[in-house]
Write a protein that binds this ligand. Structure first.
Ligand SMILES: Cc1ncc(COP(=O)(O)O)c(C=O)c1O
Length: 382
């Protein structure tokens, strides 16, 4: 209920903001998403922005898009007057081949976020409950709640990892869907794929399972064990992936789910049949499987993340062992003040609430950005 009210508040706030009442819409754009804490709501209400430049608040890839993707986008611009019917079908086939399924198992959306929303609507409309660990990426559950489902949450374990045992035992008779996020956002923590696999196998006997793999390519290739391997024989499983993270195409908006054709139809009903643009499709085609670009992002991200974790280790701050481009740790100072003071120094981060405490979520930027951020952060908490 609280979440629901918060979401409505957010819609109201953003309406007021875009009407130009108190702050520039740029601040809203910078925040990129609905507030997840009182600190963020209070920060928004302050209505001032210094035009912060370094966005450590949206888990974006600071190195993308790749040169190949940019070239493809430039080339396809002349087709901008054409609906991308054929191009979408082509991309679907390419993705299907990569994932080892028939194209009827693939649904492409304008970002995986769109597909999370549609899935939230499709299953939320059935009433009952949706279940996830918390904190996690809440979009699907937010939409399900809007459709009158109840969002059941279980805590992460003490290492800030998804607790799959607890999740499995929390499935109730009216749980319509259970959400898994591995690696998880906002923690960047990863659970062994064998545990996730056995969870998906067991949970899917009871309810629909949604396995969000938005950050899986941040793991070394030998660790990228996708749950897509289960989809053919598991009608109760949806796996989602995105081009926004490792490929750096967040602003172009393209992602996809892999699921049984009946599920694809059920979820697809709540979206446009062709929401991906010519440019997004072209960039995705040029990016898919670009091992060099993915490795470059991974390697640079690892170096940049270490700059910040070295600092946190030095300060003896506890944090979840992230293997992606985001970190979560207890806020060392009151959340709204941190947001305000960091923004004044040119940095945007997020503040989450969990177990009656405030937590900082920091996305990993470039090494230079993280060095500058460490300095600013240290001054703010001094
Ligand atoms: C876990 C997770 N899933 C999905 C998304 C949605 O990404 P997109 O809509 O850009 O594909 C995000 C965005 O941050 C995310 O963190």
């Amino acid at each position: 209920m609280q979440e629901k009210l918060n979401r409505r508040d957010w819609f109201k706030t953003s309406l007021a903001l875009t009407a130009g009442l108190s702050v520039t819409p740029a601040l809203v754009q910078n925040l990129m998403a609905a507030p997840v804490s009182e600190a963020e709501r209070a920060f928004l209400k302050q209505g001032k922005t210094t035009g912060a430049k370094v966005r450590l608040n949206s888990n974006e890839n600071p190195y993308g898009p790749s040169e190949k993707a940019k070239k493809a986008v430039m080339q396809v611009l002349t087709e901008g007057n054409r609906y991308a019917f054929n191009e979408l079908e082509d991309l679907k086939k390419i993705i299907a081949q990569k994932e080892g399924v028939d194209p009827s198992f693939i649904l492409i959306g304008a970002g995986s976020g769109e597909l999370l929303c549609q899935t939230g609507i499709a299953y939320g409309l059935e009433g009952g409950r949706v279940l996830s660990a918390y904190p996690t990426f809440g979009l699907l559950m937010n939409y399900a709640e809007e459709m009158n489902a109840v969002w059941d949450k279980v805590d992460l374990n003490e290492k800030l990892e998804f607790d799959y045992q607890k999740l499995l035992s929390s499935i109730k008779s009216d749980t319509r869907l259970v959400f898994s996020c591995n690696p998880n956002n906002p923690t960047g923590t990863v659970v062994d794929s064998a545990i996730v696999k056995s969870f998906c196998e067991e949970a899917s006997k009871k309810t629909m399972v949604y396995a969000d793999e938005a950050y899986i390519e941040f793991l070394e290739p030998s660790d990228q064990k996708s749950m897509v391997q289960l989809v053919q024989r598991t009608p109760n499983l949806i796996v989602s992936k995105t081009f926004s993270k490792i490929y750096g195409l967040a602003g172009l908006r393209i992602g996809y789910i892999v699921a049984h054709p009946d599920v694809v139809k059920k979820v697809g009903k709540y979206g446009d049949t062709i929401s991906a643009s010519q440019t997004a499709i072209a960039a995705a085609k040029a990016s898919l499987g670009d091992e060099d670009f993915m490795k470059m992002t991974r390697d640079k991200n690892t170096i940049a993340r270490k700059i910040f974790t070295d600092y946190l280790d030095h300060k003896k701050v506890f944090y979840g062992k992230s293997r992606t481009n985001v970190l979560l740790f207890p806020a060392p100072k009151e959340g709204k003040t941190m947001l305000t003071q960091l923004e004044e120094k040119g940095f945007l981060i997020r503040i989450w609430e969990y177990q009656q405490k405030e937590w900082c979520r920091v996305s990993i930027g470039t090494a230079e950005e993280m060095k500058a951020f460490v300095k600013a952060f240290d001054e703010v908490i001094a």
